[in-house]
Design a protein around this ligand. Structure first.
Ligand SMILES: [Ca+2]
Length: 226
């Protein structure tokens, strides 16, 4: 019998030397899945398949408001100003904190640190404000622009506890004491098309303190500052 190898070489194999013949179910040729598909349909299919690929995006530029006292247990649940309008805080408003000092929103940049992702540094913020860094609460706000309405997962790290609002809805409340790591809490949320407002409230006991925020989503998303 004549055999043709993959490089086209033909050679003769005496029948007497064949001990067994087995039919291959699968062709050596690529399966012609795209045979009856137009170029446009094939391009659309590839675009759709790549859209199923989830991407993780990290927030690095935040609005920040704090510190507020976290000295008494009930203060963790107290609205120091932004929570009443968590879907759209007034970023020009001033709020009373330690010693009746009035503070307003400023901006801060999270820098990549030991967590491997951009991380907020609360001790540094308190140092700059010349206000306490232990037993404090901080608010952080970002916008998350989504190309379409879609489900997404927030990846939140916090030292210590954290409360989170998305478009005014409280989606997370984790009262905990822990060192900071990325993606400690994973919270499923529904994003609307366009800008979504994410408000974080981080409660700090003592020692180091900070937070990280990332989002895992399918359609294009990008973080911005409100
Ligand atoms: Ca701490």
């Amino acid at each position: 019998m004549l055999l043709k190898s993959i490089d086209g070489t033909v050679f003769d194999l005496p029948r007497a030397k064949v001990t067994e013949l087995v039919k291959q179910e699968k062709s050596l040729m690529p399966e012609l899945v795209l045979k009856n598909v137009t170029a446009q349909d094939a391009a659309d299919l590839l675009a759709y398949l790549s859209s199923l690929q989830e991407a993780i995006v990290h927030a690095s530029n935040f609005r920040v408001l704090g510190p507020f006292p976290n000295v008494r247990p009930e203060q963790r649940g107290q609205d120091f100003g932004p929570e009443a309008k968590a879907a759209g805080p007034d970023f020009d408003a001033k709020h009373a904190t330690f010693g009746m000092k009035q503070i307003g929103w400023t901006r801060t940049e999270a820098k990549v640190g030991a967590t491997g992702v951009p991380q907020l540094d609360i001790r540094k913020l308190s140092g700059e404000a010349q206000l306490p860094a232990d037993n404090v609460l901080y608010y952080f706000a970002v916008t998350l622009d989504s190309a379409s309405a879609q489900p997404a997962t927030l990846h939140i790290g916090s030292d210590d506890g954290v409360q989170v609002w998305v478009n005014g809805n409280k989606v997370q409340d984790n009262k905990i004491t822990r060192p900071l790591a990325a993606a400690q809490d994973k919270v499923k949320v529904d994003l609307k098309q366009g800008k979504n407002l994410i408000l974080l409230k981080v409660d700090q006991g003592n020692g180091d303190s900070g937070a990280t925020l990332s989002v895992e989503a399918r359609a294009n998303v990008s973080f911005g500052t409100p």
